[in-house]
Design a protein around this ligand. Structure first.
Ligand code: NAP
Length: 491
């Protein structure tokens, strides 16, 4: 008679795969490790060799303090119950069915890897980009390092007034001296050194009260060395609905104060200008010789909807701005993963508080969960992911208790574990066997530490926190040669 250990006991920990090693994946791992009732073993996967997702490739290089959160994630990776598998892509290196057969529970922490489109003519012209492409480029994301942005132009349009728009604007408006001590990539710094950008036009479709940026971010624009911020005082005169909205919203009140200060200060003769345009929606991007040369906008008026939401509509007054680059910064969007449900309208994995559902409002898919932007859409700051992950983890533990775990196509995940613990034949066995058999060059935590040390040492030579390596092949080569060198040393 074979005795099967209880799922979640010390002899039969719950096997959990987390797909995506960004903030939401780490907060999910952290919540699973912190609780004491259920034993877990966690494999954390990322499609890139490097962990930390948006902290590495999204957070602006001049916001190093925010990046220090990785110290907490590092502690998670050092936990003996956690293994890191970088450079493993779900969909090409490993299939959804394979994951299901190896793990009791899967958490998708894949974020929102794409962006929203404006849907206006000229959006695909050369020189029209999403802000996320620019951000990923200056932050050294391997998929974006080859992008080219023509910074010889004098005027640039940034569409949207969220924090990503503020990041992009700041990077375009800062001096090289302000950037060279950050971890911005060397190639981006070189391009920015030669930049001819003098005017950055920021377009908000609604009014200043409805702006999505948070107060430190707008304040920061007012503190730049070589850029003035231009705000038209007339744009700060509020309609009744906006006045009411502002009174109930502390961030909006602070933002309005800052915008009033900036409007009062006006131009002080700095070489660059950041010019805010409220109540303007882009309607067309036009080009000459295939590249962006201008953008047309329509003036909007605000109106309150039945729910109290302050919306906008065009009033038929148009204005054209000469710009050589357009960055739409109107929000991120998820991309589907083969085999995993996707709710296209919202660009997320359909879910009920983190339990994946077969479709929006549909039945729960046992054993599959989601956290972060893949779960709730691209909103909130890094810290928002902590309670969000906590909510999902609570349900996961409940499901273990209620035995509502997945069963794999070729027998239950538990069957594989019985093999592990009784010495019986392992069917798929450990995931490393499959990855090795397939020749997937996965990166472990120890490998990442090698890479991180190289980046830190190279950065220190240049007075930077790190000098990012941006090419995946180079990352893998450096890890291999460091390991060979270490092996050759006399023990
Ligand atoms: P966001 O905060 O949602 O802002 C998107 C902006 O795009 C809004 O101003 C929105 O205006 C506008 N927009 C959307 N569709 C548009 C359209 N069709 N035409 C014109 N404008 C349009 O998104 P995000 O800036 O990408 O930021 C994503 C999340 O990351 C946010 O929660 C943000 O706070 C966070 N983040 C934080 C930091 C930080 O803490 N420093 C840095 C970067 C990002 P409406 O309001 O009118 O829709």
């Amino acid at each position: 008679m074979t005795l099967t250990a209880r799922l979640g006991s010390s002899s039969r920990p719950v096997k959990i795969a987390i797909i995506g090693a960004g903030p939401s994946g780490f907060y999910a791992a952290g919540a699973l490790l912190r609780q004491k009732e259920t034993h877990v073993s966690i494999d954390l996967f990322d499609r890139l060799p490097t962990p930390y997702g948006l902290v590495r490739y999204g957070v602006a290089p001049d916001h190093q303090k925010i990046k220090s959160v990785t110290r907490i994630y590092e502690r998670t990776m050092k936990d003996r119950r956690v293994r890191y598998f970088g450079n493993v892509d779900l969909g090409s290196d490993i299939t959804h069915a394979e994951l299901k057969s190896h793990y009791d529970q899967i958490i998708y922490a894949v974020g929102a890897q794409s962006d929203k489109k404006l849907g206006i003519p000229g959006e695909d012209l050369q020189g029209s980009f999403s802000a996320t492409e620019f951000v990923a480029w200056y932050n050294g994301h391997p998929d974006f390092r080859h992008f080219e942005f023509d910074l010889s132009v004098e005027s640039v349009a940034v569409i949207g007034v969220g924090n990503v728009a503020m990041d992009v604007t700041r990077i375009l408006a800062k001096s090289v001296a302000e950037l060279e001590t950050t971890d911005i990539t060397d190639y981006a710094l070189e391009e920015l050194r030669e930049s001819n950008v003098k005017r950055i036009h920021i377009f908000a479709r609604r009014g200043p009260v409805q702006a999505k940026f948070t107060n430190p971010e707008i304040k920061e624009l007012g503190e730049l060395e070589i850029a003035d911020v231009i705000v038209n005082p007339a744009d700060l005169v509020l309609d009744d609905a906006s006045q009411a909205e502002m009174e109930g919203d502390r961030t909006a009140r602070r933002n309005m104060e800052t915008l009033h200060d900036l409007a009062e200060r006006g131009a002080t003769g700095k070489p660059k200008q950041i010019i805010f345009h409220f109540l303007r929606s882009p309607t067309e991007i036009t080009g000459s010789g295939g590249a962006v040369s201008a953008m047309t906008t329509e003036k909007n008026a605000l109106h309150a909807t039945e729910t109290g939401y302050v919306s906008c509509r065009g009033i038929g007054t148009y204005a054209e701005y000469d710009v050589g680059l357009v960055f739409r910064s109107i929000g991120y969007r998820g991309v589907p993963i083969p085999g995993v449900p996707f709710f296209d309208r919202w660009g997320i994995i359909p879910n009920e508080k983190g339990r994946v559902t077969a479709e929006h409002g549909g039945a729960v898919v046992p054993g599959e969960y989601t956290v972060g932007w893949a779960k709730r859409g691209p909103t909130g700051v890094i810290g928002t992911n902590k309670p969000d992950a906590g909510e999902t983890v609570k349900l996961m533990l409940e499901d273990v208790k209620n035995n509502a775990v997945a069963s794999s196509p070729d027998g239950s995940a538990a069957a594989n574990h019985r093999g592990l613990h009784t010495g019986g034949e392992l069917r798929p066995g450990d995931i490393t066997t499959l990855l090795q058999k397939r020749g997937v060059a996965f990166v472990s935590f120890a490998d990442w530490q090698i890479l991180e040390q190289i980046e830190n040492e190279r950065g220190a030579l240049r007075g930077q926190p790190r000098a990012k390596i941006t090419d995946v092949d180079e990352m893998l080569r450096l890890i291999q040669s460091a390991k060979k060198e270490a092996a050759a040393l006399p023990s």
